[in-house]
Write a protein that binds this ligand. Structure first.
Ligand code: A3D
Length: 320
């Protein structure tokens, strides 16, 4: 059987890390696409030369021609610009919307059967626009944010409780922005919900509140430290987890920016929700029940995304 083909649109910090991980995990052959001449070719060759030591056989190709992504099974999109210190994700909207148009058309014309994972920010609005520009079915286009935000939450919780990260489950709902909603009630250590752990004296409400806020600010914390760009190792790992769930039909339950058609009360928008990812793409959305406080936070987050979607429609009339 032929190996799956993984197209990475954008060969920057995240794109290069995605290529490395996809090759190490032997998920398939990798095509790195970018508009910058030489960058995808150089990264692909450098990574291919790590194959003999690592012992992988994946083929890696760098290109500036969309024709090379033809027939891709998975496309992961990081094309665009990342933020610098002092910028919010929303500041990227105008420039990255234009990028989504060319990327959407490139995927539509060359890889219409692919499962598409968008990472470009502002995530929820960009994945919405990418689906419109590409015309691919909504269940085959989704955004990576929830896996990363949840991983950050899980990491901070595991440090607080001094337990393995493997035993901490958590998920973060809503838009991938300052209003995201880390779900305390549905997050657990080996099945024990966080509120019970407060009652057990494992942490305090104040410490938990600080962890929730640090999760919300997780991207900005790294931008502030790096100064020249944004996080790339954990974002790439998170998207690879989603790609693997699709390629291996794992039916993983992962939070991602999925198209909501009445799900959790949201219509005609992409927003972070718990989903099942398998060979059918986003196969299901878990319509979990929120309490009053969670619903209010979720609604605030959804409204923030709605504002960005409206701004996209204002910039590009074909989206209206
Ligand atoms: P960077 O290293 O700058 O790579 C972006 C690449 O996109 C560069 O190589 C560009 O040449 C390329 N590019 C620009 N325009 C086009 C185009 N029209 N077609 C093809 N390629 C193009 O950025 P990065 O890899 O660090 O980040 C990529 C994106 O991911 C940014 O928008 C970040 O804000 C976003 N990001 C999202 C998350 C989420 O959790 C959602 C996390 C971290 C970064």
């Amino acid at each position: 059987m032929a190996r799956p083909k993984i197209a990475l649109i954008g060969a920057g910090q995240i794109g290069g890390t995605l290529a490395h991980l996809a090759a190490l995990k032997e998920l398939g052959d990798v095509v790195l696409f970018d508009i910058a001449e030489g960058t995808p070719q150089g990264k692909a060759l450098d990574l291919a030369e790590s194959g003999p030591s690592e012992g992988f056989d994946a083929a890696l190709k760098g290109t500036n021609d969309y024709a090379d992504i033809a027939g891709a099974d998975v496309c992961i999109v990081t094309a665009g610009v990342p933020r610098k210190p002092g910028m919010s994700r929303d500041d990227l909207l105008g420039i990255n919307l234009k990028v989504m148009k060319s990327v959407g058309e490139g995927i539509r014309d060359n890889a219409p059967d692919a499962f598409v994972i968008c990472i470009t920010n502002p995530l929820d609005a960009m994945v919405w626009a990418l689906q419109k520009f590409s015309g691919l079915p909504a269940n085959k286009v989704c955004g990576m944010a929830g896996v990363l935000d949840s991983a950050r939450f899980r990491h901070f919780l595991s440090v607080e409780f001094n337990v393995s990260m493997k035993d901490v489950t958590a998920f973060v709902l809503g838009g991938h922005g300052d209003t995201m909603v880390p779900s305390v009630r549905y997050s657990t250590v080996a099945g024990v919900p966080l509120p019970d752990l407060i009652a057990m004296g494992w942490t305090t409400q104040d410490k938990l509140d600080a962890i929730v806020q640090r999760t919300r600010d997780g991207g900005a914390e790294i931008v502030g430290l790096l100064k020249t760009g944004s996080a790339f190792y954990a974002p790439a790992t998170s998207a690879i987890e989603m790609a693997e769930a699709y390629l291996k039909d794992q039916k993983r339950v992962l939070p991602c920016a999925a198209f909501c058609d009445g799900d959790l009360g949201v219509s005609d928008m992409y927003v972070g929700v718990p989903t099942v990812i398998g060979a059918g793409g986003v196969e299901r959305i878990l319509n979990i029940k929120l309490n009053k406080e969670e619903q209010e936070m979720f609604d605030t987050s959804v409204n923030a995304v709605k504002g960005l979607v409206e701004a996209c429609k204002g910039i590009d009339s074909s989206l209206a």
